[in-house]
Each structure stands twice: as C-alpha cells, then as structure tokens.
Design a protein around this ligand. Structure first.
Ligand code: UDX
Ligand code: UDX
Length: 447
C-alpha cells in the first residue's frame, strides 16, 4: 500500500483546486485553503467556482470519502499538512515582473504557525531563485527550531484538460535540496506512471518558465510563417503538417491563428523576460515572441477591414471569447483586445460563448455589446462572423442556415476551424490565418 500523506494546498484557484482534488483522488488526505471566504463557502458546499471538465465529480467524490476538505484558516491548513503546496497567484506587475507578495505572505504565515517538520512546495509558477527566497523567509519567521524543507514542483496543467494532465503527466519535475524532500515527493506521486526529473530547485523553476516560453515561441513561429503564407498564397496548415512530422519538431502547438492568451503564457513570458534582464541577460527572442503574438490580434481587424472597409456601424458577431475551449477563463484572452478594438472603431458586437460570457461581462458592460444565448442568434443580420475560440459546437454547423441569418456571408476564422470546408463554394467570403485567400478577392493586406 502506498504511503498516504496529509497535504495542504494553499490557494484554491485553477491550479490549487485541481492539484488538491487530484492529490485527494490519489488517496492522500488533503486540506485546500483559500483566503477568499466566499470561495471556501462555495467549495465547502461542493460547488465549484470555475469550469473545468471532470473537476466537480472528483471534488465531490473525495469530499464524500473524507479525503478532501476546504478551509479559510491558515492555522488549520498548516496543522493538517506535513506537505504544504503553495498555489497562490503570481500576477504580473505593470513592468512584467511577477508579483511574489502572495507567495512571501504565505511563506511567512506558514513559518509562524508550524510546530513540526514541513515540506513546503512551490506549485505556482515563480521566477528562478524564488525557492531560495522562500527558504530565507521561513528561516526568518519560524518560531523555535522547527525543521523544514523547500521544494519546487511546477505544474503543467492546461485549462480544460487539467485533470487529465495531472493524472497523465509527460513528466513530473521535482526540485529539491534534501533527500527527505525527494523521498516524500516521490512517494506522493508514486502511483502516477510518468518519468520523474529530480534536480536542484533552481533548475526546476527554470524548467517551468523555459517550457512555457518554448511552447509560446512555437506558436509565434508558426504565426510568423502564416504571415509569409498569406503573402504568397501558401497554406500554413500544410506547412505545419510537413514540419510537424519531423519528430524533432512535433505537430503540437503549431496551430496558426489569433495567437496565445490565458493566465500563463503571456504572464510567464513577461516574467521570464524580466528575471532574465535582472540577471543581466536581454532575452530578445522572447520579446519577439510577444510582439508577433500582439500583432496577430491586430491582424484580425485588418482582415475585417480588408472586406468591409469601414467597421463603424457594422454588426460583428463573435463566437467564443474564452482564451481556449473548455474553460470559462478569459484572463489574457485575445477576445478582450479584439472586442476593445472593434468597439473603439464603432462596431456593434454580438457575442456568444458557451461558458465565458459571465466573466466577459465583468470586463465589458457596454451597450454596444450584445450577449446572446445561441450561436445562430449571434449572427442574425451580422456583416461578419469572427471565430475567436474553437469550441467543439462551432465545428459542425449548418452553413446554409448561417448564410440565411447573416446580412453578409463573411467569416474571419481566427482558429482555422473551417479551413477544410470549401466555403467559397457555399458563397461565403472566408478568411483564415495563413490560408490562401478566396480566388477573386483582391486583398489590401498582400502588399
Ligand atoms: C496561479 C498563478 O497565476 C500561476 O502562475 C501559478 O502557476 C499557480 O497559481 P491560478 O490557480 O489560475 O494560477 O490563480 P488564481 O485563480 O489567481 O488562484 C489563486 C488563489 O489563491 C485564489 O483563489 C486566491 O483567493 C488565493 N490566495 C491568494 C490565497 O489563498 N492567499 C493569498 O495570499 C493569495
Ligand atoms: C499552459 C501550459 O500549456 C500548461 O502546461 C501550464 O503551464 C499552464 O499554461 P494553458 O494556458 O491552460 O496551459 O493552455 P494551452 O493549451 O497551453 O494554450 C495556451 C494558449 O495558446 C491558448 O490561448 C491557445 O489557444 C493558444 N494556442 C495553443 C495556439 O494559439 N496555437 C497552438 O497551436 C496551441
């Protein structure tokens, strides 16, 4: 029988909650703590404040079997957990630097409350050398001489498939500087069948920033290629297919379109650029990754103008606003910048998203935006349909009905989901990203 640990997870956001639920599912006794009382209130009643497939069932099952509970009390969390995962937010400051004040605060509180050995594990994405700072802070504030270790165990959870990613990881990274910490973390993950990379804490921290930056770089690379494809009439999807079959490259994260968003890639790139700079290295490659990504969002507007000329007064329907499918998360979503540009230019915007509209309303509570409950209702009398998020329900659609509903049958497909259909044959004007333009359309953009 595998050893069962008493574990506490501090922070019940996307990362903390999924981590807590999955650790409980593995059999550990988990306390999940958050300093937001209304969140704890909801969670204690078995209500999940975010949309993540499979999470609710998992939380309810572990709560029912007494392996998972929620609390707002740091004292209770510190008493409960021999192992304490820190999963609080590390939001960006204005200059891109990661704001580590929540992490520092949690480290101080743990230090002042702990009475016996604790293994404190960084789960949140943090800049290299944070582990050392956490360690120093705990040493400063710890009462008596309670022993402790600090470790880094970065998460690689994609929203929308976070449970699957936790249970079937490509690798588990363990950054430690003590044998005891190594043994405990190896024990905790024993039942998962994955390669384990054991290294020092700084290397583990770097693995996280380097991995996310590399993935973002792949996306910006293919988006740069898509611009060239558009100039010469080549097809970026075929280019990606041809490149991706080379095992050294791989096909994943080579989907061109309006670019990456989310609460991780944009923030992690900024933080990595910043920490590199403060260490004396100018990470210009990453600055370019970011610039290419920003440009893709502007390109959407150019594509609309290429056909409609003037945006003012036009009705633009938007399908999907979440930063990716299967989540209600709009943090860093390309949709936010795009909608902002559209309403600034005077468009009437009508939005449909299966999960993320309530969150978007907290950003845009604007009379020029209509929120509707059905995708076909959104395109009624629209001059253009813009696809921003590739939700499954947008893939199989009734094009005849769409043509009837729209004032003008024009689609800008930010995720290339209809690129295999011959939409020109169905009398649509169809713009993908990095795709040959419909014959007969003279683009201003090709100059
Ligand atoms: C966050 C980071 O953004 C990410 O970089 C990191 O890898 C993991 O943590 P996420 O879980 O999506 O990701 O963040 P967020 O939704 O902001 O959740 C953080 C939670 O911590 C919130 O519920 C917040 O209430 C809680 N929190 C924050 C505390 O409990 N204590 C604090 O001091 C600060
Ligand atoms: C990411 C990491 O993948 C994950 O390991 C963890 O570190 C948290 O951050 P997440 O942000 O949830 O996960 O989503 P991901 O699937 O990585 O997509 C990020 C963004 O890139 C999305 O906006 C997505 O639409 C975009 N993307 C992805 C592309 O534009 N093209 C692609 O080929 C792949």
């Amino acid at each position: 029988m595998d050893k069962i640990y008493n574990i506490s997870v501090i922070g019940a956001g996307h990362v903390g909650l999924v981590t807590a639920a999955c650790l409980a599912h593995l059999g550990h006794k988990v306390c999940c703590m958050d300093n937001n009382p209304s969140k704890i209130d909801l969670l204690s009643k078995g209500k999940i404040p975010i949309y993540e497939p499979g999470l609710e069932e998992m939380v309810l099952q572990s709560m029912a079997e007494d392996r998972l509970f929620f609390t707002g009390s740091m004292e209770e969390a510190v008493n409960h957990g021999e192992v304490i995962f820190i999963a609080v937010g590390t939001p960006p400051r204005e200059n891109g630097e990661a704001d580590l004040s929540y992490v520092e605060n949690v480290a101080r509180e743990i230090a002042s409350l702990m009475e016996s050995y604790k293994l404190i594990v960084e789960k949140s994405t943090v800049p290299v050398e944070t582990g050392e700072k956490v360690k120093n802070t705990i040493k400063l504030y710890v009462r008596k001489n309670v022993p402790f270790d600090v470790a880094s165990n970065p998460e690689f959870l994609r929203e929308g498939s976070a449970i699957h990613d936790f249970m079937n990881p490509d690798r588990i990274v363990i950054g430690i500087d003590s044998e005891k910490a190594k043994r405990i973390l190896m024990d905790i993950y024993k039942s998962l069948n994955a390669p384990i990379v054991v290294t020092d804490i700084k290397s583990a921290e770097l693995i996280k920033h380097a991995s996310n930056s590399f993935l973002a770089m792949k996306i910006s690379f293919i988006n740069a290629i898509s611009r060239i494809c558009e100039k010469v009439g080549a097809d970026v999807e075929k280019v990606a297919e041809g490149m991706g079959l080379d095992k050294r490259i791989g096909r994943e994260f080579l989907n061109a379109g309006i670019g990456f968003g989310g609460s991780c890639f944009p923030k992690d790139i900024d933080a990595f650029i910043h920490i590199s700079e403060s260490l004396g290295y100018d990470f210009r490659l990453l600055k370019e990754v970011k610039r290419i990504n920003d440009e893709q969002r502007k390109l959407v507007i150019q594509k609309i103008k290429d056909v409609l000329w003037i945006i003012k007064g036009k009705k633009i329907a938007i399908w999907g606003v979440a930063f990716k499918p299967d989540t209600d998360d709009i943090r860093g979503a390309p949709a936010i910048d795009i909608i902002d540009q559209l309403i600034t230019e005077g468009a009437k915007v009508c939005i449909y998203d299966p999960q993320a509209m309530e969150n978007l309303k907290t950003v845009f509570d604007d009379s020029r935006i209509d929120y509707v409950q059905d995708k076909y209702q959104a395109i009624h009398d629209a001059d253009c349909l813009l696809i921003v998020t590739e939700w499954e329900e947008f893939r199989n659609v009734d094009f005849n009905l769409m043509k009837k509903k729209m004032r003008f049958p024009f689609i800008v497909d930010g995720r290339n989901i209809y690129s295999s259909y011959n939409l020109q044959e169905k009398e649509f004007i169809y713009y993908g990203f990095g795709k040959p333009l419909p014959s007969g359309v003279k683009s201003q953009m090709r100059k």
